[in-house]
Structures are given as C-alpha cells and as structure tokens.
Design a binder for this molecule. Structure first.
Ligand code: URP
Ligand code: ZN
Ligand code: ZN
Length: 467
C-alpha cells in the first residue's frame, strides 16, 4: 500500500486553512488532521513553513497540436512534466479535428498522444467545422467518451471560425447533451479586415498582430456569444479573456444570473502590449498569441474582474513554440504561429502577483487555480479539493523561497519565456499527482504514461453548479 505523509504544513482549500498533516494512500487523500501517524513504509514530505494546496488544474492547454504548418513544441510527456514541476496535476487539452475529420477519429489520435502524460488529463473538443456529421458524433463523445465541453471559434475567418447560425446550432446541441459550450471570442470578420488593411499598408511585423485584434473586437464577440448562450439557455465558458470589455460583459451577465464562466491567463494579468514594439523579432513574435496582450490598463481591469467575481478560472492556453518556429512569420505577421507557453509558471506567477501582491488570499488562490475549474468542468470534488477521498493531487509551496523564471531553466520545451528574468517569491517544492511524488524539490520524476484520462460526465441537473 503506497502512502505519503505530508507533515507540518498549513493545508489550504478554497474554504479555509489550518495547520494539519495530510496522508495520501493509494492515490487518494486518506486523512487530514493534526499529529497523523505515518503508516509503515510511508514516504515523509516535510511541509514545515509551507502551504499545502490542491494540485493545479490547467483547463486550457495545447500539447502536440498541429497548427499553422508546424507542431506545438511540447508533447504530452514534456508538457505534463513541466506542469508537474509547476504544481499542476491536471490538464484539459483541446482535441482538434481537421476540417471534415470525424471528431471521434481525432479523439483517438489525441488519446494515443496523451497516453504518455505524466499527470491526469481530460479533453475538450474543438468544433473546427460544423455539419450534421459533427452534431451526430457529439452524442457518443459526451455519453460514451467523457468529452463534455466543446469550443466554438468566433475568430479565424477562413479557418476555425463558424457563422453565428452554426454556433447557435452547436449551442443547442450542447444544451441537448448537457455539455458546456466554450468560445474563443474575437470578431473574426473585423480581424480579417484589419489584417488585410495593415498588410496593405506595409505593416508586416509582429506589432501589427495586436493592431489587427483590438480589445473592442473581443468585447463585441464576448457579448455576442453570451447573448446567443443566454437566448438558448446553455451554460457558456469564455476562454482566455484578455480585454476589460470582455470581462465587463461576463461580469454584467453573471449579475443578471446568466450561466457564464470567464477564464483568464496569468500573462493577461501582468504583461501589456508594449512587448510587441520590441525591435527584436524573436521577442515580439514570442508574445504573439490570440487574443494578444492588451494596452496598459487592461491587466488592472482583469484583476478587478477577479476581485468582483466576474472572472473565476485561470488557465494558461499553453501553446508554446520555439523562436525558430515563430520565424515562419518573419515576412508576414499573420504567419507567426499563435501561442505562448506557461503551464509551468501559472501557480508561481499567481502566488507572487496575487497573494504576495495582496490581491488574493491563499484560499482565493486555490479557487482560481483548481477548485473553480474542477466545478466548471465537472471534476469536483475528485479534483480541486483536499477532502478525504479526493485524488491525492497535492502541492507544497514554500512562501519564502524565490525563483527566477527563465527559458534556460524551465522544463517547457522551448527557448522562450514570456516571464524571462522575473523573480517570483513562493515556490512549488513538492508535487504529488494521485499520490506519486512527481516533483521533489528540483527533481522531476515524470513517468511516461502515469497520468490517467479523466472522463467528464455531462451536466444535466448539475447546470446550476457551474460557478
Ligand atoms: O494564440 C493562441 N491562443 N493559440 C492557441 C489556440 C487558441 O485559440 O486558444
Ligand atoms: Zn482560443
Ligand atoms: Zn487555446
């Protein structure tokens, strides 16, 4: 019987904190309390002076994704190893069918890749095309394969973008099946117009990427998606919220009682669009993602949205490329692969900026990094909790230790980091993933295939619990 006793820490959940030991046995939390005895043969983890929190859930990653003529730099093994090193023990990744490809066939491909994961994983399905064939396969995806969330794109005209009519049909299908509708909310029509205009004016560099996707376009698309979801009464999850206008739309809808959840990313809380004015192509292109980093003022507005409860979930949109891969867009910003890394950095950055910065209590940190995502994606209380019976996903965080984030020392498989040179205080020293000690003070024990697939049931009557 494998057991680990995490001793002498302050155990924190979204509900509160207390000095306690925590025993994990056979992969689940077996006891939480003072002065627990270590069973014979148990591994001891010293958490003195540290916080003990649930393993992070990153509900937004892209491992191994083929996109824009290349493949994302992290595969499921390297990416989940990086996750473990940063205290994340569950990822939810996006299956991406090709146009016209059966989503069930695409799922089989992703399942094959993800079998090498070192932490637990689940999937969302990207609705990369629409038609009766896609709608039909959503039923077995939800009912037999545990895929209960579907991402719709209002952007990427000529690619992933669907019409409002198609999105509405997709939302209705989600409602029928008890699935959660997710949206990438930017106005793709206007982006295409601005891209063509900027290129026509000779604006080919990475700075034009942000100019082609202004915050107003995210605000408009977010409100449109909410209006559609509200009209057909389907719960909605807005991914990677970067703009104040989008956060306002979500906050307003939540106040009216609309079932909408907003996710933001650490980068959007700390980095602004000045990164695109660098004369160093690698620097500017390294930050190219969609939506882009926003003008000054937006990060602050997103923090306020977290404080008011408009935004309740954080992910990373981990989608990393090397500098060489980004150089595909040297001549034309629209060819720069979209995406940045971060699965390894989220807990560190949020603790440092949030808890040390006086914006988050440790309890709210837990809610934002695991518990709220667990609820939104129907993993609660197996994940995002340290109650007896929950999975033994446990992080020991030393609030006094510091670390300087850098591409040179990260486990993410890229030579770039949006956090390069930033020193954070509050460091993940141990990570247990279903009881396995996967990160032990600098020692990454990423075991290929140790992660398990997490089928997620549809919501049905649980709709009300989306929070
Ligand atoms: O630029 C980004 N975000 N790339 C990943 C795909 C997406 O839209 O989430
Ligand atoms: Zn997206
Ligand atoms: Zn994404």
């Amino acid at each position: 019987m494998a057991a680990t006793l995490v001793r002498g820490g302050t155990v924190v959940t979204e509900d509160g904190r207390r000095r306690a030991d925590l025993l994990v046995r056979d992969g689940v939390v077996a006891a939480v309390g003072e002065g627990l005895e270590a069973p014979a043969g148990a591994e001891l983890v010293d958490a003195g002076g540290c916080f003990v929190v649930p393993g992070g859930i990153d509900p937004h990653t892209h491992m191994q994704l083929p996109t824009m003529g290349t493949v994302v730099a992290d595969d499921f093994l390297s990416g989940t190893g990086a996750a473990a090193a940063g205290g994340t023990t569950t990822i939810l990744d996006f299956v991406g069918p090709e146009r016209g490809q059966s989503p069930l066939d695409a799922l089989a491909v992703w399942q094959g890749w993800a079998a090498r994961s070192t932490v637990d994983y689940g999937f969302h399905m990207t609705v990369s095309w629409w038609g009766s064939g896609f709608a039909a396969e959503m039923a077995p995806l939800v009912r037999s394969h545990g895929i209960s969330s579907f991402k719709f794109f209002l952007a990427y005209k000529g690619g992933l973008m669907l019409s409002d009519e198609e999105i509405l049909e997709g939302f209705l299908r989600c409602r029928e099946l008890g699935a959660l509708a997710q949206v990438h909310a930017e106005n793709g029509e206007l982006i295409a117009f601005l891209q063509a205009k900027l290129l026509g004016e000779g604006r080919t560099g990475p700075a034009a990427h942000a100019l082609s996707r202004p915050p107003e376009l995210e605000g408009e698309a977010t409100l449109r998606a909410i209006t559609m979801a509200e009209t057909v009464d389907v719960p909605l999850y807005v991914v990677h919220v970067s703009a104040a206008q989008a956060a306002d739309a979500i906050g307003g809808a939540r106040q009216r009682g609309v079932k909408v959840v907003g996710e933001t990313l650490p980068g959007f809380l700390a980095i602004d669009d000045s990164v695109y004015s660098s004369s160093d192509f690698d620097q500017a292109a390294g930050h190219v993602m969609s939506p882009p980093y926003r003008p000054k003022g937006h990060p602050e507005a997103l923090w306020r949205a977290i404080e008011t409860g408009a935004l309740t979930v954080t992910g990373t949109d981990h989608c990393c490329f090397t500098k060489a891969q980004k150089r595909a867009g040297l001549e034309k910003f629209t060819l720069i692969p979209n995406g940045c890394g971060g699965v390894e950095d989220r807990l560190h950055v949020l603790w440092h900026l949030g808890v040390n910065g006086g914006r988050l209590t440790p309890e709210r940190f837990v809610a934002l990094t695991s518990s709220n995502a667990a609820r939104a994606f129907n993993l609660w209380p197996r994940k995002g909790s340290l109650a007896v019976g929950s999975d033994g996903d446990v992080v020991v965080l030393d609030p006094e230790r510091t670390r300087t984030l850098s591409a040179r020392t990260q486990h993410q498989r890229t030579d770039f980091s949006v956090w390069e040179g930033r020193t954070v205080k509050g460091v993940v020293v141990h990570t247990l993933a279903r009881g396995r000690h996967v990160w032990a003070d600098g020692d990454l024990r990423a075991e290929p295939g140790a992660g398990r697939f997490l089928p997620r049931p549809p919501f049905g009557s649980v709709y009300q619990r989306v929070s």
